[in-house]
Design a protein around this ligand. Structure first.
Ligand code: SF4
Ligand code: SF4
Length: 132
C-alpha cells in the first residue's frame, strides 16, 4: 500500500499533528515527538488568534486535492525555493530534528534544502498555510 506523505505546513485542525513551536527570531523549532491535535488541544490552540503563526502543524499531503499540487509534486515548495533563492541560509550541516521527516513531502522532494528553509516559512509567506 502506498505510504501517504505528510504536508509540513497545514492548518490547525483535529487529527493534525503539532510538530513545531516558534522560538526566538521567529524561527520554528521542531519537536522530537509530534502531538496529535485532539479536540481538547484544538480548543486550546484555537483560543489563540492565528495559532498557525506560533505553532507548526502537519497533516497528510492532499496531493491532487490541494491547490498547490502540480503534476507529481508540491508546487508550493518549488515557489518558496524560487522566491528565496538569494536568502543566505545557515551553514549548519546538521538537519533540524523533525518527527515527520521519514514521511515529509518536502524532504522527499528536495532533501535537506527543504529542511533549511522550513523553519523560516511562516514569516516568509504566511499564506502557505492555506492548503485547501
Ligand atoms: S501539495 Fe499541498 S498538502 Fe501537499 S505538501 Fe504541498 S502544500 Fe502541503
Ligand atoms: S521540510 Fe524538513 S524540517 Fe520541515 S517538516 Fe519536512 S522534514 Fe521536517
Amino acid at each position: 500500500m502506498k505510504e501517504l506523505k505528510m504536508c509540513p505546513i497545514t492548518k490547525c485542525e483535529t487529527g493534525a499533528k503539532l510538530i513545531g513551536v516558534k522560538i526566538d527570531n521567529d524561527i520554528f523549532d521542531f519537536l522530537k515527538e509530534n502531538i496529535v491535535v485532539d479536540e481538547d488541544l484544538f480548543d486550546v490552540m484555537t483560543a489563540i488568534s492565528n495559532p498557525e503563526r506560533r505553532f507548526r502543524f502537519s497533516n497528510v499531503c492532499l496531493e491532487s486535492g490541494c491547490k498547490h499540487w502540480q503534476g507529481e509534486s508540491c508546487g508550493c515548495l518549488r515557489k518558496v525555493l524560487k522566491d528565496i533563492e538569494n536568502l543566505s541560509l545557515s551553514k549548519d550541516t546538521t538537519l533540524p530534528q523533525c518527527s515527520i521527516r521519514e514521511r515529509c513531502r518536502w524532504f522527499h522532494q528536495e532533501g535537506r534544502r527543504a529542511c533549511d528553509i522550513c523553519p523560516l516559512l511562516a514569516i516568509i509567506d504566511k499564506d502557505m498555510i492555506e492548503t485547501s
